[in-house]
Design a protein around this ligand. Structure first.
Ligand code: XBP
Ligand code: MG
Length: 257
């Protein structure tokens, strides 16, 4: 099961952030989020919730913040969908290779993201092809966003896979907490916004998929890698390792079935 933002694609700093700022401008707001500020705002998952929380902190009343968040987010979603269709948002190096490997082994694949269907669908279609995913679940499909486990629980149901046999690939603390709360083991592939977060509950923490071979293991057993990369075999070994945590190197009972 794969997260999208920050994991399969490099979408936040030069993607969502740019679209949020363009939406602010188009609707006459003077707010602009710089790269550093946006990194802090990412603590709140979901673009509309992120906007509402920001606007509240700027002194807008609750109803006004909610209404403004809704209209800015609607505008942002349209702009970001266009960026996805135009190919502005790149896949992370190695993401397609890993998906291809898993597909060749007939491993059922699901998407578990917080993002909105309006852009998730065209993005996946353009970069990876939608047909390879058994289920594509986003923020529109669940009542609670990450760190709630809802999207992972729904993905497991749709895949028809036992949580003990599944692996989540994530980039952030919120995503890791969501996966673990669903009882799913997690490999974290960090990026510049998330590299310093706490990933102590992850099975493996790396800073890339290993293409073109410059991956660093930040926590966990380096022998889980194959040829210095995160491969289908890596994910299989994470499942087989059953309960090993990157943080302590000790065995714990596998999550209940
Ligand atoms: C990503 C998000 C998303 C995007 C914006 O979290 O929180 O909200 O930042 O997308 P994750 P929307 O990678 O953990 O799923 O504006 O469509 O919400
Ligand atoms: Mg993410």
């Amino acid at each position: 099961m794969f997260d999208v933002d920050g994991t399969l694609v490099d979408s936040e700093r030069d993607g969502h952030r740019v679209a949020f700022n363009a939406a602010f401008a188009a609707l006459g707001f003077s707010y602009r989020w710089d790269e550093e500020q946006y990194g802090r705002l990412l603590e709140i998952t979901g673009g509309r919730r992120r906007l509402a929380s920001f606007l509240l902190a700027q002194g807008h009343g609750e109803a006004e913040a909610e209404a403004a968040a809704r209209s800015v987010h609607e505008m942002k979603t349209g702009l970001f969908s266009d960026m996805c269709r135009q190919g502005t948002i790149p896949a992370r190096p190695g993401a397609l290779r890993l998906l291809d490997e898993l597909g060749a082994l007939h491993v059922p694949l699901a998407i578990a993201t917080t993002g909105s269907r309006a852009w998730v669908t065209p993005l996946l279609e353009r970069l990876f092809g939608l047909g390879r995913f058994v289920a594509v679940l986003g923020g529109d499909d669940v009542p609670d966003l990450k760190p709630s486990p809802a999207v992972y629980e729904t993905a497991l149901e749709r895949l028809g896979v036992d949580r003990a046999a599944a692996v989540a690939v994530e980039d952030s603390r919120n995503g890791l907490v969501a996966a673990r709360a669903a009882g799913v083991r997690c490999v974290v592939v960090t990026n510049e916004y998330t590299a310093y977060q706490d990933f102590s509950e992850a099975e493996l923490v790396v800073d890339g998929f290993g293409d073109p071979g410059e991956l660093r293991v930040l926590a966990g057993d380096p022998t889980l890698l194959e040829g210095g990369a995160v491969t289908a075999g890596t994910l299989a070994r994470v499942v087989e390792a059953g309960g090993v945590r990157a943080s302590d190197g000790q065995h714990r009972p596998a999550p209940p079935r």
